[in-house]
Design a protein around this ligand. Sequence first.
Ligand SMILES: Nc1ncnc2c1ncn2[C@@H]1O[C@H](COP(=O)(O)OP(=O)(O)OP(=O)(O)O)[C@@H](O)[C@H]1O
Ligand SMILES: [Mg+2]
Length: 159
Amino acid sequence: MNADSPVFERTLALADAAATEALGGRIAAGLSAGDAVALEGDLGAGKTTLARAILRALGVTEDVPSPTFTLVQLYETPRLTVRHYDLYRIEKPEEIDELGLDEALGEGAALIEWPERAADRLPPDRLQVVLTSTGAESRLASLRGPVKWARAFRGNDAG
Ligand SMILES: Nc1ncnc2c1ncn2[C@@H]1O[C@H](COP(=O)(O)OP(=O)(O)OP(=O)(O)O)[C@@H](O)[C@H]1O
Ligand SMILES: [Mg+2]
């Protein structure tokens, strides 16, 4: 995404886990091969919860563990191959080169927790989601990405 590309930006107040689930459904609906979704936020902000909601909406019925230790988990969904990354434990951004992100995006989509660990190694045209805790069950989600994402969120003021 160039600095002057049109962008999609949206801030959503998520009142509870059901709202996060609904956001996952929206993202899943807009997700296609080549898309990277960066899930940013503090420990416990809800990154894995949102990734799980996206994968469930894509038809994943198996368990979706946090990839904290495996770093990446692969899901063959009916519509799309999706890799779910958690970069928390990588020590140098170069390590992401060994995790097959290019291949992941050539083949399908990637959901990436702790994207800040990858520094500038993530595609600039990713959808960036920043989750912030605002209460025990409430979160704020700030979304920014290519304008194509506006379609997935059109006609939905609440989220
Ligand atoms: N609205 C909400 N959205 C997401 N999670 C919520 C919400 N309300 C409560 N939670 C709880 O917050 C916790 C979020 O944990 P989760 O593992 O998704 O966070 P995370 O951001 O992936 O953390 P980590 O950095 O450890 O990977 C879960 O226990 C979840 O049930
Ligand atoms: Mg997590």
